[in-house]
Ligand binder design. Structure first.
Ligand SMILES: C[S@@+](CC[C@H](N)C(=O)[O-])C[C@H]1O[C@@H](n2cnc3c(N)ncnc32)[C@H](O)[C@@H]1O
Length: 248
């Protein structure tokens, strides 16, 4: 069973049954630090507002991790996005959660542009497991390389949207095996939904933004459109000059 719910993760996540999911990606809607970078964000001439969607207090990540530990199977991996500002607090949060902190990986966006957030080339990704795990990924390395806009039909300019190619790498077996289910609270445009669709695995996502829900649902439904154009481990990368919303 797969679906994208339009609603509040803090209400929806605790209502899921135990052992419902086998891996989760948490791209938490932390508040942008507009002051950081001395206003360089504005220098991009971007016409986007900084508050592009509902944001949450950082310490609420603890509630998300608490709920996830109950709805994920034992040994499941969870990936938590962070940035330079949030990583100390989020790491503490992961370490104090029921999960076992593993390591901090890096998303290398491969290119960077103008403005404070656009200028950042890499983002930390905290990884943890639901207790001990036999899904070993040690040989995989700690850097995920993925262009912010990799030119694929399934990508979008959703603010802070992550490339599908990044999620393919994070979620490759044995993190998620056939017949299992990915959980993507705060799914945004649903890069996880796109990966689930490509691989024919189950998916649960949720977001309060109707536009995000619509895009994630489209990713889930487009299953077969991209088949044959991409591989499971890489993205058939096609660099694009498209510009989009802030990465944070
Ligand atoms: C960092 S963005 C996720 C971006 C996503 N990874 C992508 O690639 O598009 C965070 C998302 O959380 C959503 N959000 C904020 N508060 C929420 C809540 N309480 N429940 C559900 N979604 C929420 C926002 O609408 C936003 O889409």
């Amino acid at each position: 069973m797969s679906g994208v719910e339009h609603g509040d993760v803090f209400d929806l996540l605790p209502s899921l049954e135990a052992d419902f999911g086998h891996a989760a990606v948490v791209d938490f809607p932390w508040q942008f630090n507009a002051d950081n970078g001395s206003g360089r964000f504005e220098s991009t001439g971007s016409d986007r507002e900084f508050e592009v969607y509902q944001t949450e207090e950082n310490d609420r990540l603890a509630d998300v991790l608490d709920a996830l530990s109950r709805v994920l199977v034992d040994g499941a991996w969870v990936f938590v996005f962070a940035d330079d500002d949030t990583v100390p607090e989020f790491r503490e949060c992961v370490e104090e959660s029921p999960f076992t902190y593993r390591r901090t990986c890096v998303w290398d966006r491969e290119k960077f542009g103008m403005g404070y957030y656009h200028r950042v080339q890499h983002y930390p990704i905290l990884t943890a497991t639901n207790g001990e795990t036999d899904r070993y990924i040690q040989g995989r390395g700690t850097v995920y390389r993925a262009l912010k806009h990799d030119g694929e039909a399934s990508d979008s300019d959703y603010p802070t949207g992550k490339p599908v190619k990044l999620y393919r790498q994070m979620l490759a077996e044995p993190v998620l095996d056939d017949g299992e289910r990915l959980l993507e609270p705060f799914c945004g445009h649903g890069p996880g939904a796109a990966v689930a669709a490509e691989r024919g695995i189950d998916y649960w996502g949720a977001d309060t933004n109707p536009e995000a829900v619509e895009q994630a649902r489209q990713h889930l439904e487009q299953t077969r459109l991209t088949e044959g154009l991409v591989t499971a481990t890489d993205g058939g990368e096609s660099p694009s000059t498209t510009s989009g919303g802030a990465d944070r």
